[in-house]
Write a protein that binds this ligand. Structure first.
Ligand code: SF4
Ligand code: SF4
Length: 375
């Protein structure tokens, strides 16, 4: 068996659902799209701003001769039944995939070194500046859908992608290719609650709940209600896609072991730093931090409009971080009622931050409008 075949077999035995080898050509065809996104301000903070780096494997590892593209399916059962809990997107329900993938990819490098001797390499998982979906598509083993997700079979779009840049020439491996492709049905575009999919293959990350729910800072007002019960991430444009129909939950134990399908919002609001670390370190969303999760939980409580939640939100109206006060004021405005009104008025007397003052004013106006509607 040739080196390439042995390598592919080893990767498959490690559980990888996608194994392709491509040449490290610069992704020049992507340059125009990237420049356009840059012009529109569609770069997320998770993306590298250096466009050259995004399309040039050689800049990341000089002398790269092959790129091994690997993918690990993560489809899990959908268990979300309780609207009073916060939903966690499928990618984040198990162990941190960066760690799981990197561990397996390190084993691949060790295997190659044992066969081939020393060489240079670079393992990239998700945080890579390179456009991973495009590299995966170049393997010929899948395609990119209009929702901008990469699809292959049998995992559908529920797949983590990583690459190993190698200074050895392995030749290319595309297997027999794969049948299928985006059906151009636009169902994903129509289903996106925020309009983040602004057109075919055009995603505005600043409107995308998957991005917004993980980014720090203030959630734009117009997106808060649209978050509905999404605590971490959003799967809507993938759930509705006909190409994901019939995809079975995968067998990778790492992505089942933590089992975060939905999380009790009350628990998140009251959680201590120690408990946050104990429960969520090692999960795929633990890195977001306690504050981001609590901010999202407050928004979800605002969306649920349950008066019992007022006491849970109350401490955040006096939080030392003004951003938490903004979301608390908004949520109280959503819930409404005399108790919310009193709390907001009391805070208004002490508040010095202009953004929070404005948020409180709007919340009070909303409560007032609701009250006059019923009188
Ligand atoms: S993840 Fe959600 S918000 Fe983002 S594009 Fe898909 S449906 Fe829209
Ligand atoms: S929903 Fe339709 S248009 Fe969107 S990615 Fe799936 S097949 Fe393509």
């Amino acid at each position: 068996m040739k080196l390439k075949e042995k390598l592919v077999e080893f990767c498959k035995n490690l559980g990888f659902d996608l194994v392709g080898i491509i040449e490290p050509e610069p992704l020049k065809e992507r340059l125009e799209v990237l420049l356009d996104r840059h012009k529109k301000g569609y770069n997320s903070n998770f993306e590298n701003k250096d466009i050259n780096l995004r399309i040039s494997p050689h800049l990341l590892l000089p002398g790269t001769k092959s790129i091994l593209v690997l993918g690990l399916g993560y489809c899990s059962e959908v268990h979300f039944k309780d609207p009073l809990k916060g939903q966690v997107a499928r990618y984040a329900r198990g162990k941190d995939y960066h760690v799981v993938m990197r561990k397996k990819m390190t084993r691949v490098v060790e295997f190659l070194k044992a066969l081939q001797g020393d060489f240079q390499y670079k393992i990239l998982v998700d945080s890579s500046p390179l456009i991973e979906r495009l590299l995966a598509e170049k393997t010929g083993l899948g395609w990119i859908g209009q929702n901008t997700c990469f699809y292959t079979k049998p995992t559908g779009s529920w797949i983590f992608i990583g690459e190993i840049l190698l200074t050895i020439d392995l030749g290319i491996h595309k297997a027999d290719g794969i049948r299928g492709g985006c059906q151009n049905c636009r169902i994903c575009i129509k289903a996106c609650p925020t309009g983040a999919l602004e057109g075919e293959y055009i995603l505005n990350p600043h409107k995308c709940l998957a991005y917004v729910s993980q980014a720090r800072g203030v959630i734009p007002k117009e997106l808060r209600e649209l978050m509905r019960h999404n605590l971490v991430g959003c799967d809507i444009c993938q759930e509705v896609c006909p190409n994901n129909r019939g995809v079975l939950p995968g067998g990778n134990e790492d992505f089942k072991s933590m089992d975060f399908h939905n999380i009790d919002i009350k628990d998140i609001l009251g959680i201590s730093n120690t408990d946050y670390k104990r429960l969520y370190t090692g999960s795929a969303f633990g890195w977001c931090g306690k504050k981001v999760l609590q901010r999202n939980a407050i928004v979800l409580l605002g969306n649920q409009k349950q008066p019992e939640a007022i006491s849970l939100i109350k401490p955040f109206l006096n939080h030392h971080d003004y951003k938490m006060r903004i979301h608390a004021a908004w949520a109280l405005g959503q819930i409404g009622g005399s108790e919310s009104k009193l709390l907001l008025e009391k805070r208004m007397v002490e508040e010095t931050n202009l953004e929070v003052v404005n948020e409180i004013k709007e919340a009070l106006d909303k409560i007032q409008q609701k009250a006059s509607h019923y009188t």
